[in-house]
Ligand binder design. Structure first.
Ligand code: ZN
Length: 208
């Protein structure tokens, strides 16, 4: 800061820097405090981090787009998963957002294709079926798909959405399944909440 008297640098803080901090604070997981720390860290590492990051943000914003088929993010109109001929097109896994798709891919247990809804139905947030890619899902499900797997959150919104989609798909010759809810791998019963424990008991399976 350039002030030499009793420091008023916070109120004098460059409005540009202030605006950067405000923008950073809007990122998920960052509040004003961590946004200030991030801005300082960036400025302390201008050449090594800040400038390359700025360039990368611009180029990713311009080139990365949603797949016209499934809604995944990628560099082309059709994403890598949808254009992969090794993937099983008869299995369609429905997820809320691209982050969930990434989680499924990280687990590397699914060889079918995806459909990104773009959120869940929510009365509180005013999100109805027309705000999600449900029509597109119905039309995809009617072309060579044998099973639609609903990989949605175990929340009220997630389950309402699953129920709605199930109804919309009822007239089609597809099997509609959902992920099992229950005891996580490595989880101890003592630490589970009541809802999870109740679901796990309800969905119990025969041994062997
Ligand atoms: Zn795709």
């Amino acid at each position: 800061c350039r002030c030499r008297q009793a420091c008023r640098c916070l109120s004098d803080m460059d409005t540009q820097l202030e605006s950067l901090i405000k923008r950073l604070a809007r990122l998920p997981g960052l509040g004003p405090r961590s946004a200030r720390r991030a801005a300082l860290y960036l400025l302390q590492n201008r050449d090594r981090l800040m400038l390359p990051l700025a360039e990368e943000l611009g180029s990713v914003a311009r080139t990365v787009r949603n797949c016209a088929e499934c809604g995944n993010l990628g560099n082309a109109d059709i994403c890598g998963i949808c254009s992969d001929t090794q993937r099983d097109r008869s299995l369609l896994c429905v997820v809320e957002d691209v982050g969930d798709l990434w989680a499924m891919e990280r687990a590397a247990v699914f060889r079918g294709t995806y459909h990104v809804l773009g959120g869940t139905l929510s009365a509180i947030d005013g999100r109805g079926p027309e705000d999600l890619y449900i029509d597109r899902l119905v039309s995809r499900a009617s072309t060579g798909v044998s099973e639609v797997i609903l990989a949605l959150s175990a929340t009220v919104e997630g389950q309402t959405t699953a129920h709605y989609i199930h109804e919309r798909l009822q007239s089609l010759p597809v099997e509609v399944t959902r992920l099992a809810h229950g005891v996580p791998v490595g989880g101890e019963l003592d630490f589970l909440d009541d809802g999870t424990l109740a679901q796990a008991l309800k969905a119990r399976a025969r041994l062997g």
